[in-house]
Design a protein around this ligand. Sequence first.
Ligand SMILES: [Zn+2]
Length: 91
Amino acid sequence: MKQCTCGSTKFTAHQICRHDIMVDGDNNFLMDVGIYDSETPYEPYHCARCNKEYKDLADLPEVDDTAAVPQESIGSASDVEAEQRDPGRGK
Ligand SMILES: [Zn+2]
């Protein structure tokens, strides 16, 4: 996983998505139902912490993402994996 020079591994980016929506009988938009297709995110990337701009995340330094994955991004990973915190990360 790439990280900003400030240490953050979260970035804002652009992405083209297609949504499922609900319409009324006149084909007017009523509500968003969900994303059914999404493309690869693209630049500009902005660091979510310090707002530094990048054109390509590939130029950024690599970080060991086995220790840096935030818990909310683990998703469907097993509970065992989610609880394996690296004890050496504290200050
Ligand atoms: Zn940053």
